[in-house]
Design a protein around this ligand. Structure first.
Ligand code: ARG
Length: 459
């Protein structure tokens, strides 16, 4: 055997040192060690069940793998680039430990179905962590929304003051985005939860294996159908990155709002010092670094999605070495979304709204203009005419530096005789938000009802 490679039988010269380094994945795929061992134990258990391994051999293998896991976790395991990847490092160490029986573990499988199984197991566990983190962020949003169900702020379109809303209502918009993210992650988990083991290199295996058993032992819903597809499919990795890109897009939008709101121009919220940093030159600065970094990191996750799509688009069936390139984008995507969700789970409950400033901003921007138009319509004026009357009232208010609610009745009546004293009820900020009293509207009673429905989804 050349150079002690597990596949060295047909080779007559050693691998070039550069090629050895270039083709190795152990530097990054060693993260799969726990799922690799879990998969191998299930495979050995199945091999014993169908009579390919004796009970004793199975036990030796399981004990050997458990000892290797302990060594890895205690930092006693030496990974070797010569052994290329996590799979051959562990298998080779198993044989060192338990002798010839170790060489029987790979019966009826290939690294191709092994790695396809490992990544699915790994991603499945990670999705469970991501799902819990999304829930933590959502819970924080609901808690703050409940507290701020009646806190008035300006709502924007085109980043121009549009109509008053409540801060609680605004936070619930974020909740909804995360609710869709949660459901996309659950979908992805469900679709990927099938076991490729048994597909072997590409065509299946000649041994009388029991694929149903291996699938069940590993908690998969069932074995995958087609052996060629089983070893080459990385759709689940792409779906995961697509769902992750949307999470990051949402977190990036939240971040943009937090950055705007902490600026002295908006001054809507205070972020506690622990989420901010100072400037080395400008002593007055308190920079919202955490939201800025989350916004910045959204780019790399979408980049990973594009990498994976490009990785797959030219590949013929079945397994190709290209697939080894799936791991780094996948790992970095998971690490990034976990960190960013954690940052948000910590940060959201700590947001301190500056209610007086929010209210002032809502009162300043003619935010109740639509309410005045609706008032005129309810008194019988066609909407387009009402729009015109209010437009003129706003122009008058701008000329005299007065909000609509600050105009006297005589001033308002210049634009329409229909306007009466009861108009001040609709021109107030409270009147405006209370009037939007239907499912999905910003009235505080609706916000509270929405929070109750949302909480019911989380249990
Ligand atoms: N390290 C490889 C990967 O991550 C494992 C599978 C290699 N299979 C092969 N026949 N070269 O894709």
């Amino acid at each position: 055997m050349s150079q002690d490679k597990l596949w060295g039988g047909r080779f007559s010269e050693p691998t070039d040192a550069f090629v050895e380094r270039f083709t190795a994945s152990v530097g990054f795929d060693q993260r799969l060690y726990a799922v690799d061992i879990r998969g191998s134990i299930a495979h050995a258990t199945m091999l014993a069940q169908v009579g390919i391994l004796t009970e004793e051999e199975k036990q030796q293998i399981i004990d050997g793998l458990a000892a290797i896991k302990e060594d890895i976790e205690a930092g006693r395991f030496e990974w070797s680039v010569k052994l290329e990847d996590v799979h051959m490092n562990i298998e080779s160490r198993l044989t060192d430990r338990i002798g010839a029986t170790g060489k029987k573990l790979h019966t009826g499988r290939s690294r191709n179905d092994q790695v396809a199984t490992d990544i699915r197991l790994f991603v499945r566990d990670e999705i469970d962590t991501v799902l819990a983190l999304i829930r933590a962020v959502q819970t924080g949003l609901l808690d703050v929304a409940e507290h701020e169900a009646g806190t008035i702020m300006p709502g924007f379109t085109h980043l121009q003051t549009a109509q008053p809303v409540t801060f609680g209502h605004h936070l619930l918009a974020w909740f909804e985005m995360l609710e869709r993210d949660h459901s996309r992650m659950r979908d992805c988990r469900k679709r990927m939860n099938q076991c490729p083991l048994g597909a072997a290199a590409l065509a299946g295996t000649t041994y009388p294996i029991d694929r149903e058993l291996t699938a069940a032992l590993l908690g998969f819903d069932k074995p995958t159908e087609n052996s060629l597809d089983s070893v080459s499919d990385r759709d689940f990795a792409i779906e995961l990155c697509a769902a992750a890109s949307l999470i990051m897009t949402h977190l990036s939008r939240f971040s943009e709002e937090l950055v705007l709101w902490t600026s002295s121009q908006f001054d809507f919220i205070d972020l506690p010092d622990r989420f901010c940093t100072g400037s080395s030159i400008m002593p007055q600065k308190k920079n919202p670094d955490v939201p800025e970094l989350v916004r910045g990191k959204s780019g790399r996750v979408t980049g990973h999605l594009v990498s994976l799509l490009m990785l797959m688009k030219g590949q013929p069936l079945a397994y190709n070495k290209d697939n080894q390139e799936d791991k780094e984008p996948l790992f970095d995507t998971l690490d990034t979304i976990k960190d960013c969700l954690k940052a948000y789970a910590d940060m959201i409950p700590a947001i301190k709204p500056k209610k007086a400033h929010m209210r002032l901003a809502a009162a300043k921007g003619y935010a109740t203009a639509t309410d005045l138009a609706d008032y005129l319509v309810k008194k019988g004026m066609p909407f387009r005419d009402a729009h015109e009357v209010v437009g003129k009232s706003v122009a008058y208010g701008i000329r005299h530096s007065k909000d609509l609610s600050e105009l006297s009745l005589t001033e308002l009546q210049q634009f329409s005789a229909t306007i009466d004293n009861d108009v001040y009820g609709v021109l107030s900020l409270e009147g405006s938000v209370n009037a939007r009293n239907h499912i999905g509207g910003t009235a505080p009673t609706q916000v509270k009802a929405a929070i109750a429905r949302a909480r019911a989804k989380l249990v």
